[in-house]
Design a protein around this ligand. Structure first.
Ligand code: HEM
Length: 412
């Protein structure tokens, strides 16, 4: 965007000093080498800046500023699609569309947020997740079996995507033979689109689980859908609508995220043969490596709605503006991490915010960590040295998740 166009697009209350032209969906650098571009962004733009792209919004790249905004839920609301707005969109949708599920509790603010988060808390405890480790390892191995002899694979569609989809199906109590259908739903969900596309896609995801949700109401099993049916919300029994809201959140939060975490982690390990050899020789270091990989390649960008005029990191924000918690920038902020671009397993401060911070901090972090550790462990244990395919580069796309779509690998 030219400097005149930038100035024209800028609202009066936003000074030039905090304006920076950044398209979180289509920025060329982000699509080429995402975290190199994130570092450039942190260097070039103020820690809180306004971009005219995508309707105009704030982007927070500073660590301290992300921390502050994530914890102040009164000013920075997670109700980015309030029910009232959805009702405005409804007339544009097919009349028989029914309940439009909203991912719950990620779309709620305190105090109701805690009431809706409670039923999921026990299901995602570190103990409950650890109990799944062997099963996750088996699934990972079966996927590696399918590519090991061919000497190459595209890590994203071949391994990073089917693994969390299978874990999700098992946890929810959905049949594994519906894997292809659910992978298709993930693809559709991840594609760019308008706000109402998101609503329609969430409806589709809920419908795909509809018959299983209903079946568990009367015939519970040992799975998450049955556990949710048994839960009471604020003393009231569960409803089909709320079951759909929870199911949609678990689908979005549990699939699209882990796929990318695995992708960036394996990309780094493949691109750094010495580090790969060190990890292979000392697999105990995988736990800390997984953590530093999450910091170095943080990839989620949660959205907030500003509820009243406020100052953040030197910028004046106004009520009803949108703000992106650009966590990838926060974890590469030199004011927080010494030499943040270095990959260093021995860094003194490794407390990253890849899983967010504040009341919405990721509920699935224990599961995600196990999935990441297991895939690094098994790729290193089963394959000889693997490297990036020099003839085919990785592919990325932007948005609220800086995603990796393709990662061709080779081994001898
Ligand atoms: C590497 C993988 C993952 C990353 C980087 C990640 C990141 C995040 C982040 C940054 C948030 C906070 C969003 C916000 O503040 O608005 C969040 C929330 C959440 N995540 Fe994850 N996540 C991952 C995997 C998972 C998995 C496997 C699950 C489980 C199915 C999960 C379930 C959730 C849920 C339920 C929330 C909402 C919590 C709430 O609103 O109280 N996540 N995640």
């Amino acid at each position: 965007m030219s400097s005149t166009a930038l100035a024209d697009a800028r609202p009066d209350h936003i000074p030039e000093a905090v304006t920076y032209d950044f398209d979180m969906y289509l920025d060329a650098g982000l699509l080429h080498d995402p975290h190199a571009r994130v570092q450039e962004l942190v260097r070039e733009a103020p820690p809180v800046f306004w971009t005219p792209r995508n309707g105009g919004h704030w982007v927070v790249t500073g660590f301290k500023e992300n921390y502050e905004a994530s914890r102040d839920t009164e000013v920075y609301s997670s109700e980015i699609q309030p029910r009232a707005m959805i009702e405005m969109i409804r007339p544009m949708l097919p009349p028989d569309i029914g309940h439009l599920p909203l991912p719950t509790p990620i779309n709620l603010d305190p105090p109701s947020h805690a009431i809706y988060r409670a039923p999921l808390q026990a299901a995602f405890s570190p103990r409950a997740m650890l109990a799944r480790k062997d099963e996750i390892r088996e699934l990972a191995n079966a996927l590696i079996d399918r590519v090991i002899d061919q000497g190459h694979c595209d890590f994203i569609p071949d391994i990073a995507e089917p693994l969390p989809v299978q874990v999700f199906l098992k946890m929810m109590g959905l049949p594994l033979d519906r894997m292809a259908e659910f992978r298709e739903l993930v693809h559709e969900f991840m594609a760019p689109g308008e706000p109402w596309d998101a609503l329609l896609r969430m409806r589709k995801v809920a419908s795909a689980m509809g018959s299983e949700i209903e079946a568990r109401r009367t015939e519970p099993r040992d799975d998450l859908l049955s556990l949710l049916w048994r839960s009471e919300i604020d003393g009231k029994p569960m409803t089909t609508e709320l079951m759909e809201d929870f199911a949609v959140l678990l689908f979005i939060a549990g699939l699209d995220t882990v796929i990318n975490g695995m992708g960036y982690g394996i990309r780094h390990i493949a691109a750094n043969p010495e580090f790969q050899a060190e990890l292979r020789a000392d697999p105990k270091r995988i736990v800390e490596a997984a953590e530093e990989l999450l910091r170095r390649y943080t990839f989620t960008v949660p959205t907030r709605r500003i509820t009243r005029d406020v100052e953040l990191g030197g910028a004046q924000l106004k009520a009803e503006e949108r703000l992106m918690l650009f966590l990838p920038g926060a974890d590469l902020d030199p004011r927080e991490f010494e030499n943040p671009g270095a990959f260093d397993l021995n860094r003194e401060n490794n407390v990253h915010i890849a899983f967010g911070v504040g009341p919405h901090r990721c509920l699935g972090s224990h599961l995600a960590r196990i999935e990441l550790q297991v895939i690094y462990e098994q790729m290193l244990a089963r394959l000889p040295e693997f490297r990036l395919d020099p003839s085919k580069g990785a592919k990325f796309h932007g948005g609220n998740i800086i995603a990796i779509d393709s990662l061709p690998l080779r081994w001898d």
